[in-house]
Design a protein around this ligand. Structure first.
Ligand SMILES: [Zn+2]
Length: 198
């Protein structure tokens, strides 16, 4: 995904720069300079962190668990962050999206995590509601036992035809090879990510 390469050197500024002059006057210091220094530090941490799709953090419940060691750094609550695709990285206050690797260190007081996610990475598959393997906390998948094979079973007698059915096998399924499955007589039904044995 294009977003993955971008994540390593992109600059993220969560500060609301319109508010900085006001803040400077209030605190009697240069808030703009302070924000710049802080962002510089965050950028260094961000560059060091691992990027790429993280299939280990597909599950919202699992993401939520990472926040156990999260100090109350921000105004955002763990439930909101996990539901917005983020997990706690364990580095400073860094949270990261399992799908596009976006790393945020702060929280917007007036914005929700999902809003900042959208603002910095509008092209993230999770944000675009694509099938990126997210397992929502209350995701219940009802199984329809009826055969859903298009064209009937006869079509898949040949192993080659079975293998071809795995063309849209989700990229996030790791450790199960379509070759092994088709060899064992399975066909990918493309529904609920399941393979059906003939
Ligand atoms: Zn994302």
């Amino acid at each position: 995904m294009a977003t993955q390469q971008k994540a390593s050197d992109e600059r993220i500024s969560q500060f609301d720069h319109n508010l900085l002059p006001e803040l400077s006057a209030l605190l009697g210091l240069d808030a703009g300079q302070l924000a710049k220094e802080l962002e510089e530090k965050e950028q260094k941490e961000r560059a060091k962190m691992q990027k790429g799709y993280n299939s280990q953090m597909r599950s919202e419940a699992k993401r939520l668990k990472t926040f156990v060691t999260y100090e109350p750094y921000s105004s955002w609550i763990p439930q909101e962050m996990a539901a917005s695709g983020f997990y706690f990285t364990g580095v400073k206050s860094g949270i990261q999206c399992f799908c596009c690797s976006l790393i945020l260190f702060g929280a917007g007081l007036t914005r929700l995590p999902i809003e900042d996610h959208k603002r910095f990475h509008p092209d993230c598959g999770f944000i675009l509601n694509k099938d990126v393997g997210n397992i929502a906390k209350y995701d219940i998948r009802v199984k329809n036992l009826k055969s859903r094979l298009r064209g009937g079973k006869m079509r898949y007698q040949e192993e080659e035809a079975r293998l071809a059915s795995f063309r849209n096998w989700p990229f996030y399924v790791q450790g199960i090879s379509p070759c092994v499955l088709s060899e064992a007589g399975f066909v990918f039904t493309a529904e609920f990510m399941e393979a059906q044995r003939l």
